[in-house]
Design a protein around this ligand. Sequence first.
Ligand code: HEM
Length: 427
Amino acid sequence: MTEPLVDRPSDPAARPRTPVDLADPARYQHGIPHEAFAELRATPGLAWNDNGSFWAVTRHAAVVEVSRDPETWSSAVGHIQIYDIDADALDARASMIDMDPPIHTRLRRLVSSAFTPRHVQDYRAAIRRRVVDRLDALEAAGGGDWVDLVAKPIPIGVICDLMGVPADDHDLMIELSDHLVAGTSSEPLDPGAYGNTTELRLLPFNSPAAHGLNQYALDLGERRRREPADDLVTKLIQAEVENEAGVRERLTDDEFANFFRLMIFAGNETTRSAMGHLARHLIEFPDQFERVRADRSLLASAAEEVVRYSSPILYFRRTATRDAVLDGTPVAAGEKVVMWYAAANFDEAVFDDPLRFDVARPTLPPNVAFGGGGAHFCLGASLARLELVELIDEWLDRGLRLEPTAEPVVVDSNFVNGLEHVEVQIS
Ligand code: HEM
């Protein structure tokens, strides 16, 4: 833990404040607010954001410190998003991402072997086929909405195949996970959508789409109970996990549905955002991609740069379980710290000329788009990297160029840096 800054005031009213409201979704309508984040990084210590009442963590080292110490910075206490929710709501929506070790570790173990860097190589050919199919469609149309034609279908197809969701339902999974994020925007959905009758406060992202995903999960689980298959849904319904009393038990319906929802959302929305931003990078930095075309050994660092530069998840929150000092700032037990990955990924102390898009940028120390390491580090990082590498590689093989035909439309959210539409034509 770092030493406190000597002049750090303990009086809450005298705390240094963030220069802008970081919780306001409108702040992200034009992309990552680099100026505000740079100002925060340049000022020693943490700053307090009044709206949402949290400490803003913007330096790379502090994000890594929080991520790797779940005993002090809990995912289970409070909530992992900025807004607070009641204890019963936390309980109802809990999946491994909102849990601390040791129970988190036991749940993660159920699926982790499918996502190791070695194991994901088994999916390479299937991923390439999806990429080829989608780029064929884009090329045949001479362009169109890159998000609809390329960025949406590839990641959802990949994660649905792993989970065992039939191809006919992939569009429904896209729709439900899109509507999930709508819960973090300024204009949430109709509470009764998807036949929802549950109080919104009990649903993830306060969104009725979470009800839709949970119902779908339970139906699919039921089908797999009758007809097991070689997929993760079958694995989850058959799995036994040791509870706090040391007894091995099957997942309850709620635990299973929450697990399913996490996998679909996490495997889909994030990679889609990175692929959406990739189109913008291909347009804005063609010379960089020429370097990769000439030297394919740069594919991995190029994919990593796409992820750093787009930072698809803007933040995750933790809650202090005890009084602690972070980045020189005393943080009281119960206070929220919000790790702005989108700020830490441009930390001048770690990344040389951070606003430069550089396909050959060293990948160590790693950026924190997949988290700062530790227990919750993105389970699907190797899979997402592989999907991006295959997409860039196939794109370069085709020797095509993209041109924008309209301004990209950004997802209205303070949580994801997503793109609704990126209209392009091929030249
Ligand atoms: C570019 C794409 C992706 C980005 C930027 C991303 C980002 C993240 C981040 C920031 C976290 C939280 C890390 C932390 O709290 O320390 C996370 C967790 C997670 N991600 Fe990803 N992710 C991506 C793709 C995927 C994919 C393809 C999957 C598919 C399985 C996935 C599954 C998960 C899961 C299950 C967790 C929770 C892990 C846990 O709590 O132990 N992600 N991801």
